[in-house]
Design a protein around this ligand. Sequence first.
Ligand SMILES: CC(=O)N[C@H]1[C@@H](OP(=O)(O)OP(=O)(O)OC[C@H]2O[C@@H](n3ccc(=O)[nH]c3=O)[C@H](O)[C@@H]2O)O[C@H](CO)[C@@H](O)[C@@H]1O
Ligand SMILES: C=C(OP(=O)(O)O)C(=O)O
Length: 427
Amino acid sequence: MEKLKISGGYPLKGSIRVSGAKNSAVALIPATILADSPVKIEGLPIISDVEILKGLLEEIGGTVSLDGDEMSVDPSRMISMPLPNGRVKKLRASYYLMGAMLGRFKKAVIGLPGGCHLGPRPIDQHIKGFEALGAQITNEQGAIYLRADELRGARIYLDVVSVGATINIMLAAVKAKGRTIIENAAKEPEIIDVATLLTNMGANIKGAGTDIIRIDGVEHLHGCRHTIIPDRIEAGTFMILAAAVGEGIVVDNVIPQHLESVTAKLREMGVNVETGDDQIFVSPGSKFKAVDIKTLVYPGFPTDLQQPFTSLLTKASGSSVVTDTIYGARFKHIDELRRMNANIKVEGRSAIINGPSQLQGAKVKASDLRAGAALVVAGLMAEGLTEVTGLEHIDRGYSNLVEKLNGLGATIWREKMTAEEVEQLKN
Ligand SMILES: CC(=O)N[C@H]1[C@@H](OP(=O)(O)OP(=O)(O)OC[C@H]2O[C@@H](n3ccc(=O)[nH]c3=O)[C@H](O)[C@@H]2O)O[C@H](CO)[C@@H](O)[C@@H]1O
Ligand SMILES: C=C(OP(=O)(O)O)C(=O)O
């Protein structure tokens, strides 16, 4: 087991390159199950979620090769092997195996997913969609059993705008008989990316990226080549750290339109943000103003950036309020930031940050992926040495983070934990 050490308080500059989007990758990989010939995905992030999904595709008989950021999947020999336990519990996106396997085999057994603990994360809207398409679904000892004699297109209204449910229903519907309409669909860029892959495989999907998606089922989907979109959450994390400790940083390989809410908030704080075609330049102004943030579905401010943004707000003068309307309990990073001398309190769904505070290095633990990102940003801002444990969370979503930050001049490295430290972590 390893920990991250950060010697903070030094300015960073240069250029940092964003990898492919985790939340696209984890849907694109299961989507390959639906093809009858090999699919190649390029530009994948090098993260544990991708490795785990590779293992899951192999468990069901796929021939998968992963070479750096390129994955080739031959799905032709896959079978509907039950996956009630094991790897499926290690990530959230294993729920996409339900839609993809149901779409291809008309049956699947998948354990309830894992992923970040952000409070309750039900999948009732996924189930509602599968049932509307004609599947019978039962929950037996923590595994979801899905079966259908035939999948038929349906009109499905999502009661909650859900990224996962929108993509999962698309996966199950692309080979169903007739037309499916998803109303109140999520509009995140990752949904468009998955629809693009499916379309290149031969699917007929219109309206991805709007709140009404129309899918006309086809009989066969074939292999293709697909390049993933850049990770807007990784890019946003780099923009935040550029504002916090940068002396002029170029965030490279981005789609600036995907980051408009983050750009707007940084500018409101007094940060200088200049957008190019596929780059964003960020340099801090002379003073940081307090701002309020409310997370919303896309194109609103992403919940996945709320936590790292909180670290930045400790530098702002005055009181900032961060409200998470998507995950009201996504505040496990706050206790750790307090250890680092932040003045923050949590009230209901909001964190109230009173600044400015000079953060101090401390030993802290990442409870989830973006809490980890928040602590890395805080460690870079802090005076002295910060040690971050819980790296398995950070490794789920940030590709080569240490190397990328070293490239900006940061002093950050991974170190093996002693047996005593590992023991202490369990308590
Ligand atoms: C792998 C992946 O892409 N993860 C992202 C995805 O998670 P995920 O797909 O799990 O998030 P959803 O968009 O589904 O969740 C949004 C909200 O809807 C609720 N809900 C969701 C589904 C459902 O059936 N019933 C229900 O009540 C959730 O509890 C949450 O409050 O979108 C989240 C919101 O942008 C991000 O934080 C995650 O990084
Ligand atoms: C919550 C996240 O991931 P997941 O849904 O995969 O747990 C995230 O990426 O911030």
